[in-house]
Design a protein around this ligand. Sequence first.
Ligand code: 0X9
Ligand code: ZN
Length: 468
Amino acid sequence: MRSAAVLALALAGGAAAQPLAVGPAARYDGHALVRVQLRAAPDLRLLEAIGADMWSHRVEAGGAGDFMIAPDRMDELDASGLDYEVLILDVQRVIDAESARIRDGAGRGAGWYDEFKPLADIGDRLDALAAARPDIAAVFEAGVSLEGRPVRALRIANGSAGDPACKPTILIDSCQHAREWITPMVCMYAAEQLLGAYGADPGVTALIDGAEIIFIPVVNPDGYEHTWTRDRFWRKNRRDNGDGTFGVDLNRNWAYAWGSNTGSSGNTGSQTYRGPEPFSEPESRVVRDLALSRPRLAAHVDLHSYGQILLAPWGYTSDLPPGHETFQMLGEEMQQIIAAVHGKHYVHGPIYTTIYPVSGGITDWFWGDRGAHPFGVELRGPGFNPPPEQILPNAQEMYPALVAFASWARLAHAPPGDFNHDASVDSLDVLAFVGAWSAGDGAADFNGDGLLDIRDLSAFLNAWNAGC
Ligand code: 0X9
Ligand code: ZN
């Protein structure tokens, strides 16, 4: 293959390899979305047996879940005796309406957040954000997907403040699951607002001076592209499993407590197929390797949709994680911040008992393996294709919650010797500590024994000597 073919490929849109096998686009004629009242765990297996695609599920809502069911399986649902209500009669009509709206530009007002965006637009916007603030923002390629698409990231940090080795990293990603279109929008909005607030909002300025914040709006670019071109409700990546099925659920591919049949599946065709081994997929490896490259990983947020839920570890067990009280405190704080914006109620709690068991999930890995504080977030619905009017309010309510969480994580994960929290361990920290200590400031109770004495001074100096 030379000149002409290469040129045609280049013009067709750059580096992304195009999938070779292109069959007819997936259709959902007559598929219904039903909300089912679940009585017990076996009901979930029953629904799986009739090929139901679980869209969302919340234990706290009395075990109600939304499931998409094919028209030829509705009889089986009726025969099951399960109580259900129909939310959408014909899912294909909703897809058609959505694509017509996007094609005609009907939902498109002046704002970027008035309509869902394809992968290329998200990439362009990332470039524009970085170009507008080259002093504190840069786009980089975190890695490459299975089909050769770049997994792009935006890094926000102030290179002229502090010492990089002292800076806590906050990582925010979205779209492990391809069909959850609202998630990259909310992710982009948070990055954009953060950049806009630098220098104007003291809290955000301190955050950007004292930490690095990395956004990955589309972890699963192959799957995302697939939802725009072939199958609106594709969830997994695009791995050819070699048996006629495609896709690994990236959020079951992480190494912490990987492989349990509670919370993931070994069946290649399953929506929660975990892959042949932990980190078998390039997309999960890209995020893992980025995390491993950061010396001081503080927090991780993984955006999903839908259900309005703030999710803490664990996903693999109902046992409470170490630090459970801290997660409860943070969940409550974010819940209140979100509610104060547009009045939306988000529930919060551990994954396992708040939605359902998840093993090999990203959130368990960040806490169990890395010790970074993670949250998984289920954003607004309804469904994976909410009206585009939901995008902006959803983004507006999440942004301050993310800032609060990131700001907490920056301080909680700062090097102990960085007493004044300016992301360097230097003589200013000694001055600040001695000042606090002689003023009887509780912050100088460095060993936390309730007393201010010489032991605090020596504990501080040990930490200070250790540097970052
Ligand atoms: O099943 C999942 O992976 C998530 N639900 S979804 O409907 N978006 O597929 C829940 C996982 C919880 N953990 C994180 N959100 N990280
Ligand atoms: Zn998801």
